[in-house]
Ligand binder design. Structure first.
Ligand code: ADP
Length: 229
């Protein structure tokens, strides 16, 4: 199968050369195939978010290589990375990072504005997603008027607006009760069936053991324990 994302011997230092230097990842290699659903597991502080950020072109490794398909992306300048992020990835952040004062609809439409597509088209696509994620009657509310679960579904709708190949979610069940976590997993399973590649960081057993997960990559102290290839 085609490799979609690949990290080769990546190392990530924060505050390099300073007394508080932290090695968040140490010589980690991992390959994610197109269409796979992979969970990055491991205790808090083990490097999950850092590895997500490298594979998702949100940050660059201190050393080592990151590939998006066949393309080496680990040394690209920020504006190139930003473009790759827009074209290839949808992100669902742990704190959702929605714009609280704006409407649900605006939040979902926003990522497509730089693409120069007609607003009417963007709006149609946003409304389809809001229907799909049971938010049809919330579209004119502001984010601040929504529950946590609803905010997360807005965040997922926003992540999908540009129809990315890869969906990246950081601790997606952290703020959900069991029932909402189950609904989230059902939505992710649907996206998997549609062929999305999904990369999730989580230490929640209900995610790690979910039926849709193809493979677990276990991190500990910035190094891989199992699941590596
Ligand atoms: P996880 O997602 O598994 O909790 P992280 O990737 O967030 O792990 O963190 C790995 C290590 O890197 C931790 O020791 C953390 O404190 C450190 N770290 C993460 N982000 C930063 C940062 N921006 N600046 C300094 N240290 C960081």
């Amino acid at each position: 199968m085609m490799s979609c994302l690949r990290a080769v011997n990546v190392r990530k230092l924060y505050h390099a050369g300073r007394p508080d230097e932290t090695c968040a990842l140490d010589q980690v290699s991992v390959t994610i195939d197109a269409g796979e659903v992979v969970v990055l597991a491991g205790p808090s502080g083990s490097g999950k978010t850092t590895l997500l950020s490298l594979l998702g072109c949100m940050a660059r490794p201190t050393s080592g290589e990151v590939f998006l398909g066949e393309r080496s992306v680990g040394r690209l300048q920020e504006h190139f990375l930003a473009r790759l992020r827009r074209e290839h990835f949808g992100f669902v952040f742990q704190q959702y990072q929605l714009l609280g004062g704006l409407s649900v609809l605006d939040n979902v439409m926003l990522p497509l504005y730089p693409a120069g597509m007609a607003l009417s088209k963007i709006r149609l696509r946003a409304e389809e997603l809001l229907d799909r994620f049971e938010l049809r009657d919330k579209k004119h509310k502001t984010i601040a008027q929504l529950s946590g679960g609803e905010q997360q579904r807005v965040a997922i709708s926003r992540a999908l607006i540009a129809d990315p190949k890869v969906l990246i979610a950081d601790e997606p069940t952290a703020h959900l009760d069991q029932e909402l976590a189950g609904r989230l997993l059902a939505h992710l399973a649907e996206l998997k069936a549609e062929g999305k590649t999904i990369l999730i960081a989580s230490h929640d057993p209900s995610v790690i053991n979910a039926g849709l997960i193809d493979r677990q990559v276990l991190l500990r102290h910035g190094q891989l324990e199992t699941g590596e290839r």
